[in-house]
Design a protein around this ligand. Structure first.
Ligand code: WAQ
Ligand code: MG
Ligand code: MG
Ligand code: MG
Length: 233
């Protein structure tokens, strides 16, 4: 029997941090404790409340491979911009409007912008919240500490496996974490150092949607509810 355990930490209405695991019954107490501590001790805190939710998983699990990782040399924000430009243009997108949306996200969102790749319309039902990619974990996760890279690779691998998502852009909302990424099935997970200046509260994600109009529901259902285990091998 498997359980989804999700943690979110808030201060008033401000989102501070979130994390999740998929675990067996015997691991539950220890994982709940670790996630609760993480919510309380987050650098964007202090958190006023931490909510931990446990849900029995009923849908069949999907197991996927982690995206291959690329780590191009990027030494400043100009070079980061050029890498982002090139990745977006390779998808047939104009990069300027997408990047100004990404860098213009000033209100902290819990989820991502879901952006139609061709008409650049925002598709999230709730633009303040955004769309969450949840219900994923690594096979054999030891749960040791917070690792931005590993957690992002898990999320990005799930998101890239969604048939209607052609790419993802991410900037951490942690002020001192200045490495972000672009990810897609074709290009893999492209780490982008210096995606933002150190000390900036700025952060956010954009999922790029391309699909039949009727497939939007399916896409959001997959991102939010399909349990996915990610293999590192
Ligand atoms: N689903 C969708 N969007 C999310 C989710 C989620 N589960 N979690 C966070 N977001 C959005 C939200 O708007 C956050 O403000 C933003 O993404 C950034 O989230 O290779 O730490 O958790 O070293 O701050 C990248 C690692 C780390 C790069 C990303 O994101 C590397 C990170 P954060
Ligand atoms: Mg977060
Ligand atoms: Mg996170
Ligand atoms: Mg964060």
């Amino acid at each position: 029997m498997l359980y989804s355990i999700k943690m979110r930490a808030e201060s008033g209405s401000r989102h501070i941090s979130g994390a999740e695991r998929i675990v067996e019954r015997r691991e539950m107490a220890q994982v709940m404790d670790a996630l609760t501590r993480r919510g309380l001790e987050h650098p964007n805190g202090p958190a006023e409340n931490v909510t931990v939710t446990v849900r029995h998983i009923t849908r069949p699990l999907l197991t996927i491979q982690a995206l291959p990782v690329r780590d191009p040399k990027v030494q400043d924000m100009d070079e980061a911009r050029r890498v982002l430009d090139a990745e977006l243009r390779a998808l047939g997108l104009q990069s300027a409007p997408v990047l100004s949306l990404l860098y213009g996200l000033r209100e902290p969102m819990r989820g991502a912008v879901l952006l139609h790749a061709d008409n650049l319309q925002r598709l999230e039902p709730d633009q303040q919240r955004g769309v969450r990619a949840t219900c994923m974990d690594y096979t054999g996760n030891s749960g040791e500490g917070k690792n931005h890279f590993k957690e992002a690779l898990c999320l990005a691998s799930k998101v890239a496996s969604c048939p209607q998502i052609i790419g993802e852009l991410c900037i951490s909302d942690d002020p001192d974490y200045t490495t972000g990424y672009f990810a897609s099935r074709d290009r893999g997970y492209v780490r982008i150092h210096h995606i933002k200046a150190s000390g900036m509260q700025l952060g956010g994600r954009i999922f790029l949607f391309r699909g039949e109009p009727g497939s939007l529901e399916q896409c959001m259902d997959y991102l939010e509810h399909q349990p996915v285990m990610v293999c590192m091998e």
